[in-house]
Design a protein around this ligand. Structure first.
Ligand code: SF4
Ligand code: SF4
Length: 380
């Protein structure tokens, strides 16, 4: 029987919701064509055309892709469960709506506001909070430029970081804490602070050379080691795993060697965390006296220098003291440590300086007098 209800049943049996149905005259009394607007599972809409000839369904066209007509029935062909499919389709719909919206200028402007707020937040929370360090730190000593180490020892300003660079540094600190917490939970005996509640600190050459440790690991039979934690991107991490820290990151190798020299420990545990995939690795680094003595010699030369000794090479472009070195940039308030008349006192403690003009000892943060000449002035 050629009627719409007869053939709409075929669709309803397959779970379609009929929205609209029309019979289209074919001109041939034995041939009938019905067209249905339907909604299939997952909200998919389709226009299905059923052709009937001599009381028999000859073809069904326009079924959604996951349906087929077989053995006189419309059946689902895909094996994905309907709820999953529905969810995927709903997500697809949302995604297409969102991408259409994303093209809207208003939304682009709103996204810019969010981006600016992030940079502003970084600037407010972290940037310019730390005064430039006025010592040669273990993390600096890997730089073989004497000028760089002199500028660090004297507390010349760093170049201003971008918010992104600041976030990279902050992220590094956060990840160090994250790693140490897990090492401790995993059973390692780690002390992160000394008895005074501050980071373990060791100094030399009158306090002008300083190291701060991420922690001290203690083990059986009095074993003690410097703990150094670093986070790296995947490429660098893989290089470290392949070659070991001495070859992959000589800067970090110098850092742990100086830490061992200053602390008297014979080993360092270098733990590396991959920022890209949360992989990690560790290396036990033994103390190398020759390397450490060479680094101390470098620090001494930088402290004794009375003129800037720039090395000027390819790496200058990455140097945070570039403006102080090449453009004579100084702090907004000058102190004796930055004065050409001051020479480092490398005995005792306290990061003291000897003033040639007044023949007196000065603290590094003593405000400059009218005789002040900036160490990096470039005249001498
Ligand atoms: S800019 Fe170059 S020469 Fe100057 S301190 Fe930095 S690394 Fe040394
Ligand atoms: S000359 Fe003045 S600024 Fe320079 S070290 Fe002496 S007291 Fe300090």
């Amino acid at each position: 029987m050629y009627s719409i209800p007869t053939h709409s049943q075929l669709l309803e049996d397959a779970g379609f919701r009929i929205i609209r149905a029309v019979a289209i005259p074919s001109g041939d009394p034995s041939l009938y064509v019905f067209r249905f607007s339907v909604e299939a599972r997952g909200g998919i809409k389709a226009s299905v055309q059923i052709t009937v000839q001599d009381d028999e369904v000859k073809s069904i066209e326009g079924l959604p892709p996951m349906y087929t007509f077989t053995d006189g029935k419309i059946v689902l062909t895909d094996t994905v469960p309907a709820p999953v499919k529905k969810k995927a389709m709903a997500l697809q719909r949302i995604s297409s709506q969102v991408s259409a919206s994303a093209l809207d200028q208003k939304f682009k402007e709103a996204a810019e506001v969010v981006k600016k707020a992030f940079d502003l937040g970084t600037a407010k929370l972290y940037m310019g909070k730390e005064k430039p360090r006025r010592y040669i730190g273990a993390s600096h000593i890997g730089n073989d430029c004497i000028a760089y180490n002199s500028l660090c020892a004297r507390g010349f300003p760093n170049d201003i970081e971008t918010p992104r660079q600041t976030r990279i540094f902050q992220n590094g600190h956060t990840l160090e804490d994250f790693v140490v917490a897990q090492l401790k939970a995993g059973g390692l005996n780690i002390s992160e602070v000394a008895e005074d509640g501050k980071q373990h600190e060791y100094t030399a050459l009158g306090g002008h050379v300083v190291c701060h440790l991420d922690g001290i690991i203690t083990g059986e039979k009095g074993f003690k080691a410097v703990l150094e934690v670093k986070s790296m991107n995947k490429k660098r991490f893989e290089n470290f795993v392949l070659q070991g820290v001495a070859l992959s990151d000589p800067h970090y190798y110098a850092q742990v060697q100086l830490c061992m020299y200053l602390s008297g420990m014979q080993y360092a545990v270098f733990v590396c965390y991959c920022k890209d995939n949360s992989d990690f690795s560790a290396e036990i680094v033994p103390y190398n006296k020759d390397v450490a003595i060479g680094l101390m010699q470098r620090a001494k030369e930088a402290l004794e220098a009375r003129t800037l000794k720039p090395k000027k090479d390819f790496y200058c472009q990455f140097c945070f003291k570039r403006s102080a070195c090449q453009e004579a940039k100084t702090n907004s308030i000058n102190t004796c440590a930055q004065c050409l008349h001051a020479s480092a006192i490398t005995t005792g403690e306290g990061k003291r300086w000897l003033c040639d003009v007044h023949s007196t000892e000065k603290q590094g943060d003593s405000l400059a007098c009218p005789n002040f000449i900036a160490f990096n002035n470039g005249f001498i």
